[in-house]
Design a protein around this ligand. Structure first.
Ligand code: IPE
Ligand code: IPE
Ligand code: MG
Length: 262
């Protein structure tokens, strides 16, 4: 929301403060989307089972959500579980779902305190009933909040989302000549939200893994080698500072539209 609001929350005199002071608050990305990757490798480096990486990743989630809200982002989207992640062993999937449930139980207060609106994107109806109940409950309890939207991508696939939007268009009887990009965008799970300006991926992988395929058309991509469980406020601020140095052209020519200008 402001530098002061952020400074209240970060350690004084450390790298976080130096980075926070570099951020230009009038040119923030409106929407930051993050592919949280590298939990398994984090655990592997410590000779621990993969699920320990997922457990440790919850601390990163907590830190990034509060940093984003204090920074003043309009939307934060975290990729938590893809439609392809069902290919993983059942025990790993169950641990991920269990962690999600526990997170919601423990962190609802934090979401409310920070005026955050919680929103699930993805085919949530395919999730277990107890998880859906928790998700709906968190959505309902935060629905009146007016601050940052926190989208959690669960059982999410970019192609699935586009197919779902096409189905909705057909069901709504929209005539082909009435369908344009704006109208189509409003049929996506992220309807009425700004597209991500900044897409972050942790753990060094240079791919988008079926994430927000439509919405990232002109996102700036920032990849860090940091593994997700080690990702904190400092890394998010590094990403934002790097983003603000980019020259966004949107297919035009220089003089560029500087990053962050809406
Ligand atoms: C990201 O970490 C978490 C999810 C995809 C749910 P991974 O579990 O993909 O970790 P790596 O990529 O194998 O290290
Ligand atoms: C992307 O990570 C999905 C999530 C972060 C939820 P993956 O680890 O599943 O992606 P790939 O398999 O490396 O492309
Ligand atoms: Mg991975």
């Amino acid at each position: 929301m402001s530098l002061d609001h952020l400074l209240e929350w970060i350690p004084k005199g450390g790298p976080e403060e130096a980075l926070a002071r570099q951020v230009e608050f009038d040119r923030l990305p409106r929407h930051v989307a993050i592919i949280m990757d590298g939990n398994g490798r984090w655990a592997g480096e410590r000779h621990l089972p993969r699920v320990e990486g997922h457990r440790a990743g919850v601390d990163a989630v907590r830190d990034v959500i509060e940093t984003s809200a204090r920074l003043g982002l309009e939307v934060l989207t975290l990729y938590a579980f893809s439609v392809e992640n069902w290919k993983r062993p059942a025990a790993e999937v169950n641990t991920l779902m269990g962690l999600l449930k526990r997170y919601l139980g423990l962190e609802l207060e934090t979401l409310l305190r920070n005026n955050i609106r919680f929103n699930v994107i993805g085919r949530a109806d395919a999730l277990a009933p107890d998880i859906r109940t928790e998700l709906l409950d968190a959505e309902r309890k935060t629905s009146k909040n007016t601050g940052m939207i926190f989208n959690i991508a669960l059982n999410y696939g970019g192609r699935t989302e586009i197919v779902d939007a096409a189905r909705r268009a057909i069901e709504a009887g929209i005539k082909p000549q009435d369908l344009d990009e704006d109208r189509f965008s409003n049929l996506l799970y992220t309807a009425r939200q700004p597209d991500p300006d900044l897409l972050i991926r942790t753990s060094g992988e240079m791919r988008v893994s079926n994430f927000l395929l439509w919405q990232i058309a002109y996102a700036e991509i920032w990849v860090t080698d940091t593994l997700w469980p080690d990702f904190r406020c400092r890394h998010l601020l590094e990403g934002v500072v790097a983003y603000q140095k980019r020259d966004r052209r949107f297919g035009g020519i220089t003089p560029a539209v500087p990053a962050g200008v809406r």
